[in-house]
Ligand binder design. Structure first.
Ligand code: MSP
Length: 510
């Protein structure tokens, strides 16, 4: 049976419009999903929207009922994901019936295990983060009020509440992090989470009574589930929980949850604890991305510097943006987005390094070889060096994708592209046309074979452009998996006329 691989994105709050931060996590997860599909896995890629809670209820308040409001924003997030090439297999919404059934069952199992009890909550709550805070975590403002570490305003909440016995899971969580160091990535986040848990865990308030926009707590009128308990459960809902015979059960546990660094605590502490309490297997990995800043500043609606991903793709091209986002900064680190940085990546790496390499090689074949793919000749020392670096590439890239070190994976690919550019300059096949036609064919074939490996491995990052490049290289659409890289291209086939894949970006004149 084909091995399964399950990738998830966070589900997005529907309190505002999608922006580049949301697109980023989804595109990174998409690269992973596409890579695993090309590597022969049976992939399940899940994304969607997080539609309950006080924050959404408040956003909807102005005369619209919350369901109508969330319908509109969820559809917009979905349209954004489609526009950014996110190849999800399921779009989950937490207001769906299947999810209500799943949450209620998870709750009942935890109750049965004795890890939920009724109490009274009194403390600080930040609606913007949908999170409870201890007083010693808060920052005092000059006016004497408090704010959360994230900068969100907090309010004092006092209400009856069910509690989850999180304190009882400290040892089990620490054992999980120790036995499975790969569970939290990058390792800096693992240390952060570990010290948070070592510092002691308080029981968690998991129901609210002061508003209604949520999933009702089973057998407890007036209580709705804490939105994070509801939201996290989406991952198992989509895998068919609680129906043990659902076809999707083969996709749980998830192989990797992609999350932003701001929500690692929910995924690496609360979520495994809920699952342990309910007797459900744990996900294998939670990987967290850093933040994009706009020209070095935090994006915010009030500053007015929030970047609309579709707009960016319209200006620069979708694949160009996907490439930029994964190439510009290490996945786990913060980075700054600017038009100048995007243009530089496009013009230097995509147009010059890769685009010109393909265009130069293919137009020589069109011009000097009658558009026919030359056969491989007996390799020279230099040919063998380049071909060996291309053959070694799939394993190197795979190892980086498995660790979500996307920028290092791309750097490995670019090392080969740069070597191929050095090779074409030294071999100068254009000069061989008159003196050494056979050698010219050999050189061009070495180049085509190298570019084929590069373009095949780049498909997850830039699906549209790489499909066009592979068409021009004579790779048939059913031969673009990684396993097919060991099957040689058909000698003597006629290649389509070459066309540049990455035009230089030229700033429109004002
Ligand atoms: N609804 C919760 C997630 C529930 S998952 C069970 C949530 N939603 S969110 O819409 O606020 O954020 C979703 C993701 O977008 C988070 O992973 C967050 O880190 C990411 N980003 C939001 N702004 C970002 C940037 N400026 N840069 C990078 N990612 C950021 O949290």
């Amino acid at each position: 049976m084909t091995q399964t691989f399950t990738v998830t994105t966070p589900i997005y709050y529907v309190n505002g419009a999608p922006h580049i931060g949301h697109a980023y996590t989804s595109i990174a997860a998409d690269v992973m999903a596409r890579f695993k599909r090309l590597d022969g896995y049976d992939v399940f890629f899940l994304t969607g929207t997080d539609e309950h809670g006080q924050k959404v209820e408040q956003a909807a308040a102005a005369g619209v009922d919350p369901q109508t409001f969330t319908d509109g924003i969820s559809a917009d997030f979905r349209a954004m994901s489609d526009a950014m090439g996110v190849s999800y297999d399921d779009w989950i919404r937490t207001t769906e019936e299947r999810h209500k059934v799943s949450c209620a069952e998870l709750w009942r199992r935890i109750v049965k295990n004795g890890d939920i009890y009724l109490g009274h909550y009194e403390g600080w709550y930040a609606i913007r983060d949908e999170a409870f805070y201890d007083e010693d975590e808060l920052k005092k403002q000059p006016d004497g009020s408090f704010i959360a570490p994230s900068g969100a305003p907090v309010e004092w909440v006092r209400e009856p509440s069910y509690f989850f016995r999180l304190s009882a899971f400290q040892d089990r969580l620490l054992k999980l992090y120790e036995e499975h160091p790969e569970f939290i990535a990058p390792s800096s986040r693992r240390s952060e989470v570990t010290s948070f848990v070592k510092g002691g865990l308080r029981d968690l308030s998991v129901s609210r009574t002061t508003f209604n926009w949520g999933i009702p707590v089973p057998d407890a009128p007036g209580h709705v589930m804490y939105v994070w308990m509801d939201a996290l459960t989406n991952y198992i809902t989509a895998c068919g929980f609680p129906d043990a015979n659902a076809p999707r059960t083969k996709y749980w546990p998830a192989d990797v949850h992609f999350v932003g660094k701001d929500i690692i605590r929910f995924h690496a502490v609360y979520w495994p604890a809920f699952l342990m309490a309910a007797g459900v297997p744990l996900p294998k990995r939670v990987t967290s991305n850093g933040w994009w800043l706009m020209d070095g500043e935090k994006m915010s609606k009030s500053i007015g510097n929030v970047v609309e991903p579709r707009k960016l793709a319209e200006i620069f091209g979708l694949d160009q943006i996907r490439y930029f986002l994964l190439r510009e900064k290490p996945f786990g680190a913060d980075g700054s987005l600017s038009h100048a940085a995007i243009i530089s990546r496009i013009n230097v790496e995509l147009s010059n390094d890769l685009g010109n390499l393909a265009q130069r090689s293919l137009s020589l074949i069109a011009r000097n070889c009658g558009g026919v793919l030359p056969a491989r000749g007996a390799p020279t020392e230099e040919d063998s060096v380049l071909l060996a670096s291309a053959s070694a590439l799939p394993d190197l890239v795979r190892a980086n994708i498995d660790r979500q070190t996307f920028h290092d994976g791309l750097e490995e690919i670019w090392k080969v592209i740069r070597s191929a550019n050095g090779y074409i300059d030294r071999q100068a096949p254009w000069a061989l046309n008159k003196t050494g036609k056979v050698r010219m064919g050999d050189v061009l074939r070495v180049l085509v074979d190298t570019i084929r490996v590069v373009a095949t491995l780049l498909q997850p990052f830039m699906p549209g452009s790489m499909a066009r490049m592979l068409d021009q290289l004579g790779v048939s659409p059913d031969a673009r998996t990684f396993a097919m890289l060991t099957t040689p291209l058909t000698d003597g086939q006629t290649l389509p006329p070459p066309q540049g894949v990455f035009p230089r970006y030229v700033e429109p004149s004002a």
